[in-house]
Design a protein around this ligand. Structure first.
Ligand SMILES: [Zn+2]
Length: 182
């Protein structure tokens, strides 16, 4: 159910809508999603990487833009959401995106979801779903499924060794008075 339905005009012709629903307490602004989708389109047409775009919004303004740069940067972590988070954090001079929202042209993959949780924005809006991405050949639903499998049984097996060698660093961190929590 839509509680409030706001209309706004830009460039005298385009009409955009804000939604506020009681269920999710959402203030969605379509302009920002269209910008994320435009970035995904530019990515495709410019041959930069996969067709993905994202923007970070704070107080009704875009503070970071990102598009997929995996192939052009030779960087498998250069997904749109990660690039947008990096730019927003640079612009805001912070490592936490509290009070921000992320608009992504596609449901975040597990890596981006992790990055988003570390960045701590208030909310994520996405357009295409992870199933749509899988249908286009970007099968991150596969990675989502891997998370539930025991580490040693995964497609890329993860095996623990030498825990006791690593623990003193954690103890030193806990005791440190200079640490910056995040
Ligand atoms: Zn991603």
């Amino acid at each position: 159910m839509i509680l409030a339905f706001y209309k706004t005009q830009r460039n005298n012709s385009e009409v955009f809508y804000y939604f506020c629903t009681p269920k999710y307490n959402v203030m969605y602004d379509k302009r920002f999603m269209l910008e994320a989708i435009a970035l995904s389109r530019k990515c495709l047409e410019g041959g930069k990487g996969g067709p993905f775009g994202a923007v970070v919004v704070k107080d009704g303004k875009i503070v970071g833009r990102g598009s997929n740069c995996v192939t052009i940067h030779n960087d498998p972590t250069a997904h749109a959401e990660v690039m947008a988070i990096r730019e927003a954090c640079r612009n805001l001079n912070t490592f936490q995106l509290t009070g921000c929202e992320i608009y992504s042209s596609c449901e975040p993959c597990p890596m981006c979801l992790g990055a988003i949780y570390w960045a701590r924005p208030d909310r994520i809006y996405y357009a295409a779903s992870k199933n749509d991405a899988a249908d286009a050949g970007f099968d991150d639903t596969f990675i989502y499924k891997e998370i539930d499998i025991a580490p040693a049984q995964r497609t890329i097996p993860a095996t623990q060794f030498d825990r006791e060698e690593a623990l003193p660093t954690f103890q030193a961190w806990k005791a440190s008075e200079q640490k910056i929590d995040y």
